[in-house]
Design a protein. Structure first.
Lengths: 369, 265
């Protein structure tokens, strides 16, 4: 795909920058609550990823913005305007769904022109805007094709072009990469990042269950689980200092070890071993807590916070080795650079981690209980 | 089903032929042979002739064929419009509303067609709804009888249609009527043509209800076939039956061509 000058893209974001705001939004099907009191603001021009497992309520939140579900309570605002009661066609949003939903009976150009024709944009302007949107997504050469004649990645670009042609203030992306293979997915991630750089005024709400997509693309990530918002922050904040066990385990891999807070600041006890951590604020002396350490920050051999155990499993992962070390009945994962001399399963090994790499999470943080 | 062994394949073919030949192929072959015969006293018909077909080309039979074609065309289009509307409305209502509409539209299938004919005869025998003795009542009866099939066919297609199409169109700013006209109906076109074909074929062969209500100036071909064979002219009746089958098949073939071109995936 050819890189375009920034000026070529500018008119697409013709609508004034508009953010999204959820005010205590709840959605229920019968007695089953699928979204519970969501409070979240997507700033104008921001990329917000809604990250969570299946059934976490993330897609429902997106559908509430699009107008496909009616909240049982709360308000949805787009650009400061309450759209809760508005039908989808009056909301001025761009949307790309998992299946792309390109109209199979229309050529690519007609697909992209669809929203413009529906909104009765003058005919002369439609042609220009279709060309512009197709150029922006690198699909200008495919205008006469039918969707069935395109690959998955190309179809996705057309779906994005179709959504952008109407110059939406907000763009809703519902698992847009999940139908692509791994290699295409990483390429499209870069494309989406470039598109956002070229359209800095468009707010993007990006629903995904893939942490890599969220970490790569989002300015902020909202972590959802069981119909509720569990955590929200920048990718770095959530990765380096998760506030809940769920965030720690869902955003990247994590060792979660049950510990007891010690008397001094930064001291905890794990299975009888005293460990030093970054800080113990918010956890009373003697209270139970969870210690979170990322596997790639755990080293093999002696060092600070050394833990001795038996090697339960060893996996070769190309550039790294993943070690599972059994320490007092708990499995500690360590991702270390590929080892030349690998220990045998069953061997006694020592792993360690730096105190500043260990985050203490109070027990029950971010859960319903 | 994948069948790898030759023996199993032979068994399946034998079973198919044992069912197909006596139940489907043989009766049609007999009708076809009879339509060219003047006598049939032995194992095979004799005295081959084209007289029966020549008679069709010039007399009342041609009118009856045209009457059948027009009735079937009108009834199938009306049934398609009503069935499609009902299927769309049922989908929009969802839940209990959908169940009620689906059940109501399936009712004529459960009611014997003679009863449908009789009920229309009674219902439209008094002013201001006096339709007895008119062509319209025949078309209405056929429409009532075949709408269920149109409804069911379109309803099944709607259930299979990915809601993402409609939602994406709405998100792009298209009003419901625009979405229906530009997205849903074109995507349903293969099912709509299939439904039309089915309704047309059913209407072409309808006899029981028609017998109760047809006026003298609107006599469809099945009634003509019945009357002809009833007075003993079996070979003429056979020729009429062949003409009815041929006309129906020809129209169905045309419809299937439209359907093939309307299939996008």
């Amino acid at each position: 795909m050819t890189a375009l000058p920034d000026t070529a893209a500018a008119p697409v974001a013709g609508r004034a920058a508009s953010g999204i705001r959820f005010e205590n939004v709840s959605v229920a099907y019968g007695t089953h609550t699928v979204l519970d009191g969501l409070d979240l603001t997507v700033e104008p021009g921001e990329v917000m990823a809604l990250l969570g497992p299946s059934g976490s309520g993330k897609t429902t939140a997106l559908r509430a913005v699009a107008g496909f579900v009616t909240p049982a309570s709360g308000r949805v605002l787009i650009g400061g305007r309450d759209v809760t009661g508005l039908p989808p066609y009056k909301r001025g949003i761009g949307m790309v769904v998992q299946s792309y939903a390109l109209f199979p009976h229309m050529r690519v150009a007609d697909n992209v022109a669809f929203g413009l024709k529906a909104q009765k944009v003058p005919r002369a302007e439609i042609a220009d805007r279709v060309t512009e949107a197709l150029e922006l997504t690198g699909m200008a050469g495919y205008a006469r094709r039918y969707p069935r004649e395109l690959s998955g990645g190309q179809q996705q670009r057309v779906a994005i072009a179709r959504a952008l042609a109407i110059r939406p203030g907000v763009l809703l992306l519902d698992e847009p990469l999940s139908a692509l293979d791994a290699q295409l997915r990483s390429g499209m991630l870069a494309e989406l990042a470039r598109l956002h750089r070229e359209l800095p005024d468009v707010s993007i709400l990006y629903v995904t269950h893939d942490q890599v997509e969220a970490l790569t693309l989002a300015d902020r990530i909202a972590v959802m689980d069981r119909a509720r918002l569990r955590d929200c922050g920048t990718p770095r904040e959530l990765y380096r200092a998760p506030r809940t066990e769920f965030t720690a385990s869902f955003v990247g891999n994590a060792n979660l070890m049950p510990v007891t807070a010690g008397a001094g600041d930064g001291a905890v006890t794990f299975a009888g071993t005293e460990l030093a951590v970054r800080g113990t604020e918010g956890v009373a002396t003697g209270a139970e807590a969870t210690l979170c350490v990322r596997p790639h920050l755990v080293g093999l051999g002696e060092g600070p916070n050394a833990l001795r155990g038996r090697l339960a499993e060893l996996q070769w992962r190309g550039a790294t080795h993943r070690l599972y070390v059994e320490v007092a009945g708990h499995r500690v994962m360590a991702d270390v650079r590929e080892l030349r001399d690998t220990p045998a399963v069953g061997d006694e090994v020592t792993v360690h981690f730096a105190p500043e790499d260990a985050v203490l999470i109070p027990v029950g943080a971010g859960t319903d209980g | 089903m994948l069948v790898h062994s030759n023996k199993a394949r032979a068994v399946i073919w034998t079973g198919f032929l044992l069912l197909f030949v006596p139940l489907f192929a043989l009766p049609f072959a007999v009708i076809l042979a009879a339509s060219f015969a003047t006598t049939w006293s032995g194992a095979l018909p004799s005295g081959p002739t084209l007289t029966h077909y020549q008679d069709i080309a010039k007399g009342d039979s041609l009118n009856a064929l045209v009457t059948s074609l027009l009735t079937a065309l009108a009834a199938s289009l009306l049934a398609l419009a009503a069935g499609t509307w009902a299927a769309l409305a049922a989908q929009r209502l969802g839940g209990r509303g959908k169940k009620v509409i689906d059940t109501l539209f399936m009712l004529p299938v459960a009611v014997p067609s003679v009863a449908v004919g009789l009920s229309l005869l009674v219902a439209f025998s008094q002013p201001p709804l006096l339709l007895n003795g008119t062509r319209q009542i025949v078309i209405i009866a056929h429409t009532v009888l075949v709408t269920a099939f149109a409804h069911q066919s379109v309803s099944a297609a709607l259930d299979r249609l990915d809601p993402a199409y409609e939602q994406s169109a709405a998100a792009l700013g298209a009003r419901p009527a625009y979405v229906l006209w530009r997205v849903k109906l074109p995507l349903l076109l293969p099912s709509l043509t299939a439904a039309t074909g089915l309704c047309f074929a059913l209407s072409m062969g309808e006899l029981s209800a028609t017998m109760m209500i047809y006026p003298p100036d609107w006599l469809p071909l099945p009634v003509q076939i019945f009357a002809t064979t009833d007075r003993g002219a079996l070979f003429s009746g056979a020729a009429l039956a062949v003409a009815l089958m041929a006309a129906t098949l020809l129209v169905l073939f045309g419809v299937s061509r439209i359907r093939t071109r309307a299939s996008y995936r």
